[in-house]
Design a protein around this ligand. Structure first.
Ligand SMILES: [Zn+2]
Ligand SMILES: [Zn+2]
Length: 224
């Protein structure tokens, strides 16, 4: 089941597209250093373990200089291999997806990330959806040298629970209501750049500093 609608809010075109049981590849920003021999791994936020590696620098593809060897995670004693390889965590799952495209300048990553979190919060409020039941991510492509971002809102449960599809209606009224609620939420805050009342949450703590209430507000005000 697929549907796609185009609206014009204040002369700016918006498009929403929903797909049920769409396949979504989620690439985590986290990575792990994994032993190819035994499967021992260190997550990117395990600073004390990483600091045991002399050659560790943030982002390097391989680490091996450590005078301590690691233990096999399955209780089979010390592992004879020392070099660990970096892996990103990728996973693919099928769920309900709503994709929102805006025909205006969407090139600023921090603005679009802020808009994404504002819409996600407002959408959860509007339909009394548990905040952890919906998620979002940005997609981007480069067109004529300019970055274009789209917002994808999706159901957190594999298979989908039908939440994100509710955003996609023929008359666009739901999306408009969600945008208005987001504006209200942002407009009644006084923080800079953002706070727990408007854009921040425990889940997005790694990007708190780049979430910007005023930039998101300015972007969304174009549509009302
Ligand atoms: Zn090993
Ligand atoms: Zn705030």
């Amino acid at each position: 089941m697929e549907s796609k609608y185009e609206y014009e809010f204040e002369n700016i075109k918006l498009e929403v597209e929903s797909t049920a049981n769409d396949s979504l590849v989620v690439k985590s920003t986290d990575f792990f250093y994994v032993c190819p021999k035994c499967g021992y791994s260190i997550a990117s936020d395990e600073a004390s373990k990483l600091s045991e590696y002399e050659d560790y620098r943030p982002g390097v593809a391989r680490i091996e200089k450590n005078n301590k060897s690691h233990n096999n995670p399955f209780g089979k004693g010390k592992c004879s291999n020392t070099s660990l390889i970096r892996y990103s965590l990728h996973h693919e799952f099928k769920t309900d997806v709503a994709k929102i495209s805006f025909e205006c300048d969407t090139s600023d990553y921090s603005t679009m990330l802020s808009v994404m979190h504002a819409l996600l919060n407002s959408f959860a409020h509007e339909f009394s959806i548990e905040r952890r039941d919906i998620k979002a991510c940005l997609t981007y492509k480069k067109t004529n040298g300019k970055m274009e971002h789209k917002i994808i809102i999706y159901d957190a449960v594999p298979g989908g629970a039908g939440h994100s599809r509710r955003l996609v209606t023929e008359d666009g009224e739901i999306l408009k209501a969600v945008i208005k609620r987001a504006i209200n939420l942002l407009d009644t805050c006084k923080c800079s750049p953002s706070c727990y009342r408007c854009l921040r949450s425990y889940e997005n703590q790694k990007i708190h500093e780049i979430l910007d209430r005023e930039h998101a507000l300015k972007f969304l005000k174009q549509f009302v």
